[in-house]
Design a protein around this ligand. Structure first.
Ligand code: ADP
Ligand code: MG
Length: 631
């Protein structure tokens, strides 16, 4: 103990409110898979070793003893104790209070909400993902002591808590602490004593931590020499032929904090201009932070097996769900985290890794459509961000994309499928964007397409309204919204037996259209005969130059568009109602009819009538007339 610390008494601290709540929930709701505590504590120990290796690059004295990283798990079955010790970076007093008494991450609240909603047993899978792993020790321990000595420091500190609201911190003699690093001692609860048995602990380590990049040793009882259980070989440095599926899955769980199976594993070593190894996974389910506004990736960068940072942008944002490591010999070990982002070497690596991951997805799509459909279901809406973020790869991403369509049934269609089935004379890929599949399928805008057997993609992701305006083309064919502009359907023959709309209109109907244009002038940009309607009387579309209607609504909803473009009212010249209305003599009645056609089109679009009170009045007048005529 140093002069400065020896007189300091034990301090009592109260946990932050969130921590107390979290601890309570850990103990009371995450009961089914307590094994995870060991994985979490070992992962913290390994992180601490990696931090030391990193800091020692700039300050070699921190690792003066030159000892290699190691993690030691010591068991004491008789006394029901298990200790996890590392020779990593260690913690100072302040760091302990900060790291073990508060929860720094913003995801905590989200974690607790998810935990509350989770069914019993699911909770365990969430712990690692949300970075609250340390507290899982309280699932099995009635008291946890953490003794730590920060690398380079002459002081050692003991943190101790029963997890019930408070903890204590006091200095201890360095002889009671590891020479460097941290020892976490769990005093096991009565019903968790099995975690002091060699057999249980070694099984868990093999299952869950076998690929931690630090060797792990186990000492079976006090005084017994430790034996190595895991050699700390970095899995990504091994040739593919020596790695089993199970090895990959274990490593994936460690690196992602997720407890499912990876949907896709990409493992390769690049040689040539740049040398690097990559082991990356597409998760089997959505990570909780997938839609965080930061859109941060979580790939880890290593330089010659030394962990550098988890913050380097090793992949474009639209692949932020990919988890794994990139290890390169081409960057200097002492590169600052700030320098990394500017590095042209990193840019080249990013390009290479991105290509390989997209290629692996393409291969999966070709070899196992169902597995790819699941992947797309989880991550498609994120990958589609690349359609406006990464123009260089747009065609490639469009080829990967899968869509619901009027021809997809329950399945998904690719653009290649679409193009293959295009009708003679069709040179455009049609789509409709909206929030609700059923509402879209019932939309009048689709009638003319259906009559001609033309497939229409049904885009339901909000992101679709961001890439579609960038005038994308696939295989030389433009993508075009069915709610936008003139439907140039006339060039395509209607299917046998269907009464597809013709744009031929009687003189009476033409006169009515002119009349409607005048009557509705302030509300619409134009009124014209429709080629896309076969059943409904009218529908609204955007003008040729206007934004897609769905896009317009999204922007308005987000407050990014003040004045909306006036829509075009299209009228079905062959519709019986329209023909009767056109034949009416009474101008007031005709005006009511024009307004009602407009409001009906708005309602079918999921909007409200322009003026609900007037709408109701017109409808009432119509009722009255109909009743009088019948009387
Ligand atoms: P995470 O590991 O995701 O940061 P944890 O709850 O597992 O979340 O750990 C909280 C923090 O406690 C760590 O970020 C680290 O600062 C500190 N910590 C935990 N265990 C150790 C250890 N063995 N050595 C050094 N620091 C540790
Ligand atoms: Mg942790």
């Amino acid at each position: 103990m140093t002069e400065a610390t020896q007189d300091r008494p034990e301090e009592q601290h109260v946990f932050e409110a969130d921590v107390s709540r979290l601890l309570y929930m850990m103990v009371h709701s995450v009961y089914s898979d307590k094994d995870v505590f060991l994985r979490e504590l070992i992962s913290n120990a390994a992180d601490a070793c990696e931090k030391l290796r990193y800091e020692a690059i700039a300050a070699p004295e921190l690792n003066a003893d030159g000892a290699g990283s190691r993690i030691l798990v010591s068991l004491d079955e008789e006394n029901g104790r298990v200790a996890i010790e590392d020779n990593g970076i260690g913690m100072s007093r302040d760091e302990m209070i900060e790291a073990l008494g508060t929860i720094a991450r913003s995801g905590t609240r989200a974690f607790m909400e998810r935990l509350e909603a989770a069914k019993a047993g699911e909770g365990a899978e969430l712990i690692g993902q949300f970075g609250v792993g340390f507290y899982s020790a309280f699932m099995v321990a009635e008291r946890v002591d953490v003794v730590s000595r920060r690398a380079g420091s002459a002081e050692a500190w003991l943190w101790s808590s029963d997890g019930k609201g408070s903890y204590s911190v006091r200095p201890v003699d360095v002889s009671e602490a590891p020479a460097r690093g941290t020892r976490v001692v769990l005093h096991l609860m009565e019903d968790a004593k099995t975690y002091a048995s060699k057999w249980t602990v070694e099984r868990i380590i093999r299952e869950q931590s076998g690929h931690v990049a630090v060797p792990i040793e186990v000492s079976a009882k006090p005084g017994e020499a430790p034996a190595q259980v895991s050699d700390g070989t970095a899995l990504w440095t091994k040739p593919k032929s020596e790695v089993s599926e199970a090895d990959y899955a274990d490593f994936y769980r460690g690196v992602s904090g997720q407890y499912d199976e990876p949907a896709l594993t990409v493992h390769f070593r690049a040689e040539g201009r740049h040398e690097y190894s990559v082991l990356a996974f597409v998760p089997g389910s959505q990570p909780f932070d997938l839609f965080d506004s930061e859109r941060k990736g979580r790939m880890k960068l290593y330089v010659r097996r030394v962990f550098i940072t988890g913050e380097a942008e090793l992949l474009p944002r639209y692949l932020r769900f990919v988890r794994g490591v990139v290890d390169t010999a081409d960057l200097p070990l002492n590169i600052s985290r700030e320098m990394i982002q500017e590095s042209p070497i990193l840019a080249a690596i990013r390009k290479g890794v991105t290509s390989r991951i997209l290629t692996a997805m393409e291969k999966l799509a070709a070899s196992d459509a169902e597995a790819f459909a699941r992947l797309w279901d989880h991550f498609g809406s994120v990958i589609k961000e690349g359609l406006y973020d990464d123009f260089e790869r747009r065609e490639q991403l469009l080829a990967l994309a899968r869509f619901r369509s009027t021809a997809s049934g329950e399945g998904l269609r690719s653009l290649a499928d679409y193009v293959k089935d295009m009708k003679p004379g069709q040179d455009t890929i049609y789509f409709m964007a909206g929030g609700n599949l059923e509402q879209m399928k019932a939309s009048p805008q689709l009638e003319g397409y259906r009559a001609r057997g033309i497939e229409v993609l049904l885009l339901i992701d909000p992101v679709d309204s961001f890439w579609t305006p960038h005038a994308p083309a696939f295989d030389g064919k433009m993508l075009r919204s069915v709610t936008q502009g003139m439907a140039d359907l006339d060039r395509i023959a209607p299917a046998e037996g269907s009464d597809a709309a013709s744009t031929e209109a009687s003189d009476e109907v033409r006169a009515f259209i002119d009349f409607a244009k005048e009557t509705l002038g302030a509300e619409v940009a134009d009124v014209r005969v429709s080629a896309r309607l076969t059943e409904s009387a009218a529908c609204l579309v955007a003008s040729d130059e206007g934004l897609d209607r769905q896009m317009e609504r999204l922007l308005q909803g987000a407050g990014r568009l003040q004045t909306a473009e006036k829509p075009v009212l299209e009228i079905n010249a062959g519709n019986g109602l329209v023909r009767s209305v056109a034949g009416l003599g009474d101008a007031g009645f005709k005006a009511d009819a024009a307004w009602l056609l407009l409001d009906e089109a708005r309602i079918l679009d999921g909007d409200r009538p322009a003026d609900p009170r007037q709408f109701a009045e017109r409808l009432s007048r119509l009722f009255e007339r109909a009743l009088k005529a019948n009387a």
